[in-house]
Design a protein around this ligand. Sequence first.
Ligand SMILES: [Mn+2]
Length: 402
Amino acid sequence: MLGSVGAPRWTTNANRRRHTGEPGPAHRARPRPAVEVDPVAKRPVEPSDTDARTPAGRFAIGNGWDGPAELFSDFDLPTYVGPTTFMNLPWITDPAELRRREVDVAVLGAPFDDAVSHRPGARFGPRAIREAQYTSGSIHSLQLQVEPFELLTVVDAGDANIVPARLERGHAVIYRKVREVAASGAIPIVLGGDHSITWPSATAVADIREPASIGIVHFDAHADTAAEDWGQLAGHGTPMRRLVESGAVAGRNFVQVGLRGYWPPVEVFDWMQAQGLRWHLMREIEERGAEAVVADAIAEALDGPDAIYLSIDIDVVDPGLAPGTGTPEPGGLLSRELLRAIRQVVGSVELAGMDIVEVSPPYDHAETTAMLANRAALEAISALALKRAAGHLVRFEPRVEP
Ligand SMILES: [Mn+2]
């Protein structure tokens, strides 16, 4: 806007309120974070509204470019401008700073696909998911009628320290990254990455409570409980077996939703049954509806534990709606069923952590899959915000020393 003078123009209601001190919508009167971090989504560069005069060079004066220009904060700029963070949120990689800000939810990336069995590319997932957004600034969930970033402190905690072709090191640094985020009390939402990252990620979350104290609800076309992938114990077809075998999660609190297709073989299901794992085939969702099945899955995962780690393999959704993935399996959930299921789970349990995996941008079309993964994270954040508005606990407090 050239030559704009007088009162600054506000990009969002939240931004306007921030500057004017006006009260927000009614829900803002409900319980707020214990420590006000204002504004929640402030990034290092926060231009003032008035000091943005361009240099008054000869041509600038002639062309009318020398007057005050209104500037927007990084948070309020369009998402295609500037550095890419999840929802333009602050990029905070220092665990001490996560603690200082009392961050409620930290999105982080696990750009790792050294463990895939078929189509690669999920290492590009975190960046694509961060990019697949067109709203910036304070947002409003129409489905839940809540403004999540007004109620929760949410940041982008950056990526695990991944380098290529070092599978075991990759899992180690993912474990370390998720653990340091979770140990701050923030709920980690991990953007994958192939599904092998759930082994270190869910282990890290289990570790800051007590082993076997969390249940897992796992949405996937595949069980990912193989003993090994061509001799590789840490493949993306094996993480759920590793989690159960290691004792991080009890088999009877491991619940899978959306399985279909032609893998794994019968003996793997025999192992699952022997461990007490429970699973809900796509056929059951077709017959009973997703909401009833997800309600059962929640109850089974909480049979003992008091919190749930949610693992979303984007291939649980039909490849017609989520084509950008490594091992697509026709006949899956609708996008809207997955988003509703996330609201259902997060809205009714204590969320310990979450991952969204197997987004492979090279196979995506028109960012369809990356957008769905982005919304999967946002639906969880919005559901958490609704809980905060109602006065419920949101942060996942560690019970053991970090
Ligand atoms: Mn999977």
